[in-house]
Design a protein around this ligand. Sequence first.
Ligand SMILES: [Zn+2]
Length: 96
Amino acid sequence: MKVPNVQNIYCPKCNKHTEHKLKAFKSGKARALSIGTRSNIRKHKMGYGGKAKFTATVKKQNKKPSYLAECTVCQRKVYLITPKRMKKTELTALNK
Ligand SMILES: [Zn+2]
């Protein structure tokens, strides 16, 4: 699916629809000492204080495409997540 590079989206700070520039969203690295990481490791520890063993999980084939939209007026960033899974997406500049 082709997704337009620039979209007219509602900006909560400007309180109106403004032009937003889209970028592909990349998740950051998980922190080693966060609650979620620690509880996940605790869950997978076996026996007497052994090393954490993570069982192989089945991964989904497609991802829900998510973007980071930046307002061109006030530079506020908004996350855009499409509710459908898609195999292939690309950001393109559409000429009006
Ligand atoms: Zn704005």
